[in-house]
Design a binder for this molecule. Sequence first.
Ligand code: T5A
Length: 228
Amino acid sequence: MSESKGQRSSGRGRFITFEGGEGTGKSTQIKKLAERLNAARLRTIVTREPGGSPGAEIMRHLVLSGMGKLLGPEAETLLFAAARDDHVRTRIAPALNQGIWVLCDRFADSTRAYQGSLGSVPVGLINAMQRVTIGDLKPDLTIILDLPVEIGLARAAARRGTGTPDRFESEKLSFHQGLREAYRKIATDDPARCVLIDANSDPDTVAGRVWTVLRERLLPTPAPVVSV
Ligand code: T5A
């Protein structure tokens, strides 16, 4: 989606994913983080799922239009997996290998939360697809934005205006409440990778929380030089 050029890189880039329910502010926060990383002269790209590469954007249209739902939960999950496979191979992995930081709006945890926890797709199938699509590519950090579902849905509706809700926005309130719980469980189960962030504040306050976590986890300050 966007790439800044002419900045320094060293070694493999870092892979940061943003997750959460509808309208939790992922796109808003990812943009703010990219601005901060660019200001720190770290080469950064922002991308998203489903989508992020030409082939995956075609799959995005299929699933968000609701066509995937007609095929049933397993086949719909395969569409997300096919999109992710293309995205990882053609965009994410090459960028990381060039030392570029990749900020991704949703990734494999979305499949686990939406299709696994709520769509009743067996965890064995989710795990098998994950092995094929992403192998051992694990995010260095996953930010999970947490917000009461009524607030998130209201934000998404306000942004949409008179447009039609997409495939998942039109699910019942109980679906979205279950989703919030599924994400909280993902954060609890993998604290080394995931951080749950309270997204119920103004955008700059939330961005400050994200930046604090990122600095602590991925930009540690060098140890002070001690003279003896
Ligand atoms: N999906 C995806 C699966 O089921 N399985 C998968 O494996 C994958 C990868 C993608 C859909 O696909 C599903 C999940 C999704 O339903 P999408 O169109 O890409 O759909 O949209 P989402 O990722 O769901 O993004 P949202 O539409 O929920 O929005 P965001 O990005 O969370 O929120 P954002 O930043 O666009 O903000 C929404 C509105 O709120 C305002 C913004 O200005 C905007 O108007 N806002 C705030 N207002 C007040 N305070 C704040 N702190 C605010 N932050 C943002």
